[in-house]
Ligand binder design. Structure first.
Ligand SMILES: [Zn+2]
Length: 255
């Protein structure tokens, strides 16, 4: 057998011929033994139901207790005594140091075992679907809203001139495009007709006004050319025609 064949067999936890096993070096031998014992325990787990396994375990533990009764009881008493002794309380600095040490060890392990951590994450996500995100987002809706509001305020305070310029610019563009314009009331009616949702993805709130035929492409600023869009869809569509913007189908909501 070639070296590669042997490694593959070990990876698949296959049984190797006795002569091959004898010829393995220490490292491969240990990997082989580990793989075979893992295979055996998997076979055992598949063959024996959980209740039976637990019952067997209980019997083994109880048999040990019967054989070493004095030792077991003495150990238990020693543990109880140790708990009674006043324990030294760690200082905040020591606790923090221990936390960082553990964290560093965890990170180092994760870095060495990138494949395993990735696979575990994938398994977890497969299992819970998007549930973890949804529930967190739902539980913290107010927190998210407040943090977004603060962020927007901060951004505006820092970039006041640019923000104002953009608003004025877009106002001018709409005016320059001609058309009757869109009143506040009309916009509210359009929003209501779409159930407040983005007209493109039908999922996110339609917070921005999108011109179906872009102003820069000859569209007018008028109610019939305006739909609510979420920022994401609006940015993605930008100044493309619907026929050019194929990433999401346009599905108008009946008014
Ligand atoms: Zn959208």
């Amino acid at each position: 057998m070639t070296d590669q064949e042997i490694r593959t067999a070990i990876e698949r936890r296959d049984k190797l011929p006795r002569l091959v096993v004898i010829s393995l070096d220490a490292e491969l031998r240990s990997a082989y033994d580990k793989a075979r014992s893992k295979a055996a325990s998997l076979r055992y787990l598949a063959r024996v139901p959980r209740e039976v396994r637990l019952e067997r375990q209980r019997k083994i533990v109880h048999a040990y207790y019967l054989r070493h009764r004095d030792k077991v009881l003495a150990d238990q008493q020693a543990r109880r005594d140790a708990l009674k002794k006043p324990q030294r309380v760690m200082t905040a600095g020591e606790l923090e140091e221990r936390r960082l040490r553990k964290l560093a060890a965890q990170r180092a392990w994760a870095a060495r075992n990138r494949d395993r951590t990735k696979a575990a994450t994938r398994r977890h996500l497969d299992k819970v679907g998007g549930a973890h995100k949804t529930t967190w987002a739902i539980r913290n809706r107010d927190k998210i809203r407040e943090s977004k509001r603060l962020q927007a305020l901060k951004h505006y305070a820092k970039n006041r001139a640019a923000c104002n310029a953009r608003a004025i610019n877009s106002h001018h563009k709409r005016r320059a495009a001609g058309g009757p314009g869109v009143s506040r009331l009309e916009w509210r009616e359009i929003l209501a007709a779409h159930g407040g949702l983005c007209a493109y993805c039908l999922v996110a709130p339609g917070k921005t006004m999108d011109h179906v035929l872009p102003l820069s492409r000859g569209g007018v600023h008028a109610p019939h050319n305006v739909v609510p869009a979420c920022k994401r869809c609006n940015c993605s569509k930008h100044n493309k025609l619907l026929s050019e913007w194929t990433s999401r189908p346009y599905q108008p909501v009946a008014a």
